[in-house]
Design a protein around this ligand. Structure first.
Ligand code: NAD
Ligand code: TYD
Length: 356
């Protein structure tokens, strides 16, 4: 069995679904079910004995210790985090608690369990920490992409809290010998993405006839990877990654935000044309920029490609088309997400009027 934390969130749930589509090895899924956790995403696993869901906090050392003793997983994959930069700007407390304190408590509970394992199990055990390219800071237009040895220069409360967690993971290996692996991935997109992040927000707002809010000039660059390619990279690193190493994960897909929004509009114009015949691009509006907005992220994934033979399956063009189609095909998932706390969040962030 493997223990996945944060497995009801966007990437964690995609990982659990993909894992169980490929293996019969069970998954113990520990998730606090914050606003970002959505069990509806895992509805296809209802009644499947290979998926054991526990609602709880990675910061609850006693709970994690009990789960480890009872289920004896061979690996822990830590997705659990507060993940949205804009929320971290409005209030960083939850980011500090989960991403830093929570990771610390999880590491301690895992270390206590791991140190009592028989030697063979101890050697085979892995703690894989899922992190982000944002810990490396922002690149100038002509700078080379982030390698694993790039300095850690986080600029947002979110990325600072993730960098702190990466350092803790490193230290638990260096000091205590815990067999850790860390992945630092670029921006993900794909099915089940909570519509507070750029790509799903633009799709959902476009279809609802709402404004498409582009921060500042829209020329900030992100490096996009289809979520299922991130999941395949994590599986590969878990299987064959060298203990103590960091692996950058990315698809060599740098795009300015405004180009992403235009691509989404063009796909929707083709797949679900507006009733009035106008293009969805007419809904684009430029809004106030994000404070401290990182200008450019880019991932150099050559280590993962050369050492572990990983390659993404999707190009941006195939991945974004699948993603837009997925949102068109799943209006119920979107509607249920929107009827929850998401609506209040939109109001805080964009000052949108509350709707009945
Ligand atoms: P998400 O916000 O969609 O999901 C996070 C999940 O963690 C939710 O299900 C939430 O309920 C759960 N959670 C939060 N606090 C918890 C706690 N204290 N205990 C247990 N569960 C808790 O995030 P995501 O986009 O799926 O990201 C998953 C991981 O991948 C995060 O660590 C994030 O930093 C990292 N990452 C994300 C991206 C991206 O583009 N989304 C890119 C690179 C890395
Ligand atoms: P986001 O999806 O929040 O991911 P991150 O900040 O972790 O990269 O944002 C992606 C980019 O899109 C980022 O440069 C901010 C920008 N953005 C907008 O322009 N408008 C929006 O409404 C959102 C949510 C993001």
């Amino acid at each position: 069995m493997i223990l996945v934390t944060g497995g009801a969130g966007f990437i964690g749930a995609n990982f659990v679904l993909d894992w169980l589509a490929r293996h019969d090895e069970p998954v113990l899924n520990l998730d606090k079910l914050t606003y970002a956790g959505n069990l509806e995403t895992l509805a296809s696993l209802r009644g499947d004995a290979r998926h054991v869901f526990v609602q709880g906090d990675i910061g609850d050392g006693a709970l994690v210790g009990r789960l480890l003793a009872e289920h004896r997983p061979r690996a822990v994959i830590n997705f659990a985090a507060e993940s949205h930069v804009d929320r971290s700007i409005h209030g960083a407390e939850d980011f500090i608690q989960t991403n830093i304190v929570g990771t610390f408590r999880l590491l301690e509970a895992v270390r206590a369990h791991w140190s009592d394992l028989p030697e063979a199990d101890k050697a085979a055990f892995r703690f894989l920490h899922v992190s982000t390219d944002e810990v490396y800071g922002s690149l100038a237009p002509d700078e080379p992409a982030f390698t694993e040895s790039h300095r850690t220069e986080p600029n947002s409360p979110y990325s600072a809290s993730k960098a702190a967690s990466d350092h803790l993971v490193r230290a638990w290996h260096h000091t205590h010998g815990l067999p850790v692996l860390t992945t630092n991935c670029s921006n993900n997109y794909g099915p089940f993405h909570f519509p507070e992040k750029l790509i799903p927000l633009m799709i959902v707002n476009a279809l609802a006839g709402k404004a498409l809010p582009v921060y500042g000039d829209g020329m900030q660059v992100r490096d996009w990877l289809y979520v299922k390619d991130h999941c395949s990279a994590i599986r590969r690193v878990l299987e064959a990654g060298r203990v103590g190493e960091i692996y950058n994960v990315g698809g060599w897909n740098e795009k300015p935000n405004i180009e992403i929004v235009h691509t989404i509009c063009a796909l929707l114009d083709e797949l679900r044309p507006r009733a009035d015949g106008a293009s969805y691009t007419t809904q684009i509006t430029h809004v106030k920029d994000r404070p401290g907005h990182d200008r450019r992220y880019a991932i150099d994934a050559r280590k993962l490609e050369a050492e572990l033979g990983w390659k993404p399956a999707e190009t941006f063009e195939t991945g974004i088309r699948k993603t837009v189609q997925w949102y068109l095909d799943h209006p119920d998932w979107v509607a249920h997400v929107q009827s929850g706390a998401y609506r209040q969040w939109v109001q805080t962030q964009y000052g949108a009027p509350a709707t009945a």
